[in-house]
Design a protein around this ligand. Sequence first.
Ligand code: TSJ
Length: 662
Amino acid sequence: MANNSYNSKDILVLEGLDAVRLRPGMYIGTTGSKGMHHLLWEIVDNSIDEISNGYGNKIEIIMHKDNSITVCDNGRGIPVDKHPKLHVSGVEVVFTQLHAGGKFNNENYAYSGGLHGVGASVANALSEWLEVTVYKEGFEYNIKFASIEKTKGKVSGGVPQTDLIKVGKTKLTGTKVTFLPDKRIFFDEKFDFEIISKRAKELAFLNKNIIIELKDENQLDENGNVKSVVFNYKNGLKDFITYLNEGQTTLYKEPIYIEGSSDVVQLTLAIQHTTGYSETICSYVNNIPTSEGGTHETGLKSALTRAFNDIARNNALLKEKDANLLGEDFREGIVVILAIKMKNVQFEGQTKTKLGNPEAKQEVENIVYNALMDYSLTKQSKSVITEIVNKGKNAAKARLAAKHAKELTRKKNSVDSYNLVGKLSSCTGKNPKLNELFIVEGDSAGGTAKQGRDRSFQAILPLKGKPLNVEKKRLNQVLENEEIKTIISAIGAGIGNDFNIQNIKYDKVIILADADQDGAHIRAILLTFFYRYMRSLITEGHVYIGIAPLYRIYKRNFEKYVYDEADLNKVIKECGVGYQVQRYKGLGEMNNDQLWETTLDPSNRVLVQVSIEDAAEAEIMVTTLMGDNIEARKAYITENANFNKVDTMLDKIGASNERRKK
Ligand code: TSJ
């Protein structure tokens, strides 16, 4: 792609760095942890681009003790020649001009980083200092930048301390950048090994053969060496899907793997069905996850439906008289990873993670359809195709059965139907925006909650036993379950494809279960149900976990509740001598006043809001914890040993506190 010579004149110049210091949020979203990590990804993106274009194969990321961080690649090295108009080195231009960089204005790089892509200059502007070393054409070059206080209180970032200096000779080629995020912007945020390694792994899956090594000088391994991990996947998305489906029962062994391109997009795709019933599509554009989907996913789905129907007919698996299967039939149990690269991407949607480019649909559809038709002619595809089509046919049958069951449920549940009487204690207020539904573990705690609540806006739904684990069930079976039916009709907005968030009767759906293993299981089951059948209830932030206290510490004139084992001693100290400790083994041990005060009262309670940050992670978690592979489940729970506390589930799905107890 990079054919003719490239030098500093190709680097487009737009704006100075002060704008970035002035409004960091405009460039990196937040000035919290996420924003700080964003600086790192801006830098890493450049190395990925270089390697994707065929130059070099390795990126090293090193976390230092002072929270500075190094990114190093073995590509060609940033151009060092002087920019004809600006009269400074290419390196200096890249780091001091906003939007500078080959990515934005020419043919040297095929794809811009899209959503991000604001580049290295932003990282420089928001760093206390930044140092660049370039190894190129036999020489090593170096330049340093720093933030300086010009006039009192006014700090400029990314100011070059020298010109680019030729340091000496070298046989290496590549680029090394080290920077320290400015504490005046990010305060004491620290780079996080887990966050970085997760994304590094993802990048290694998305860019096959690339080697990404991450070192953390703050941590030592068993042998006393600096902790280090290396990610390198020869089979890219094929390895990714194998990882996602680890511990699942798959319908066939070899994933379907496609690489293809047109003038407009470059595409890689991996497909593997599990024997389960859910649908998982993970898509990326220019290495950026598109959690909200978009035109490329639409094209993909059309291609899958059309290709599998055509293939089924070509192989006499569907007869002439048979109707075509629906897309959702073929997607039952499917896990797909789609990664495309294209220029001038437009992101839309609430979180700007939805691809908007209309041309992507047709391009993706064509490439995928043609590749699948070609694949269907190969010998090794025959058994795979038979499995997929048969699963699709079964799904179609179940779909018809579910339609029937749903119609029944709908009829039964019109107005406060009989099957809800005695279970749901609804609230008197009629404004869904204010109302809350508590789903409470156990009849006895449910009874207490009914007594303790504020009935003007709080409804209580007690659960008798454990609700159905929906992970192993098809929709029609799910709809046969009384407990689930009650939840669906209480929420009042339908289920599955028919779920309409506009119709929810409660703004908050709060799961209230004991802080023990059974409670954890119930939480996991309910969250899985919402994740599978009312996903927008989670993504739109309506699902919460209520946290009840574990202890009450009291004596005359003193009473405090403890929500966290770690706080117990602190509170005891605070209380002084002569105190008593009451330990709550379950919600049922509290009286109604106590339950109100500690768990129901909005001005005092602790709620954890459930969110889905990372669909792929959430998927692994849900399928592993709720699926039927017991070995995998055990391994997962052992690996994530805090399952019994406030649940790995919450970590994985991503949870944040509505408010924390003081
Ligand atoms: F952006 C950055 F400056 F922060 C940065 C860039 C950081 C790091 C760690 C690496 C890089 C980078 C840039 N690695 N490799 C490159 N390559 C180029 O800038 C480059 C080299 C040669 C040519 C050419 O046409 O000869 C073109 C480019 C864009």
